[in-house]
Design a protein around this ligand. Sequence first.
Ligand code: F3S
Length: 411
Amino acid sequence: MQLTKEENEMLDGKYGEAVQKSMEILVAMGECYDAEKMITVASAHLLHGRSNTGKAGALFDKEMADRGGKCVIFTDTNPSGIEPWAWKDIGISEEAAQEQMDYTNDFVRMGIFLANTCTPYLIGNVPRVGEHVAWSESSAVPFVNSVLGARTNREGEPGSLTAAITGRTPAFGYHLDQNRYGDLRISVTAKLKEPHDYATLGHFAGKVAEDRVPVLTGIPPSVSWDDLKLMGAAAATSGSITLYHVVGITPEAPTEEAAFGPKKPRETFEFGEKELRETEESLSKATAREVDMVIFGCPHASIGEIRDIARLLSGKKLKSGVELWILTPRMIWLYAEKMGYLNIIEAAGARILCDSCPICMSQGFLKGRGHKTVATNSAKMTYYIYPHQGLLPYYGSMERCVEAAISGIWR
Ligand code: F3S
């Protein structure tokens, strides 16, 4: 790789051990992927849940903090393994909480901001079109690449932390123009009426596109950030989609021709009413009619989503024994409190939890609390909840999930 004078100095240890180690890792990564050079990155987003990074990831992060690593670019965190204000209340053990707090402390030592959310773009971390960044988190990566038009590979913990410490990443993958053009077309003819219909479409897109770049046509101009947030999260879960284009909506796809650039679409898939119905049905795996847990906010909820849930819960009570959790960033919790939504939600017996999510908590935690069946409007959550937490999912609209929380029955 061609390194600049400063990058060579980093490699030679002029800026300390953490920078040197980081540059060694980045150069090795670059050589693996035939990168010709490094590029500067404007921000990094790191995994933070102790159970997501595992012991090896946590040890790596601690080692970098011990070696004096400091972030030189804006760097923030994904959800943590605990809800800092409610972990005792919801039954997280002292041991798990302490483990996470020690881990968090390593992040603080390196100057990493504790955003603790998978939707940092909802609270001000919004990369610009064409800006290079080094983000992890499978749901956030397609959002910044596709909806915001910034450029990132799907980083793991070492890739994003070393970028944070050096301000560099190797120039390969989705940082390069030639890898950002569409590979296949998904022609959407189904009427997408509810936000979760977009999650259903995302699940379908991930299945057919796998790790390629799909170009979606037929999406109405009314599509919202919340819709695209649910869609990208699902697509990055059923497949490993890192970038997609929506013709007429996302910045690199003003037209279909622009989205494909010099490439020709290799395949076309239709997403019609039949595919919408069949994909939605395939995401419900539970069979018992009783529901004892409802989860919203995967990815973390926006203030608009919280408002809609509050409207559905207004004046109602959850069935005894059923819990409803809404996951959101702390800043949006404050916003919800100010708007009166928090009162309505808590009066119904539901709660808004911040800074965390069940998939970032320790494995089997929800099963350990006695839960068996979850209802959610997130296709991503249906995918992870059984292997991670041992709960079988029902999947459907926000309204249907709220109704299940009130009646205790999936209808
Ligand atoms: Fe976010 Fe957790 Fe879902 S990190 S995308 S709420 S699995």
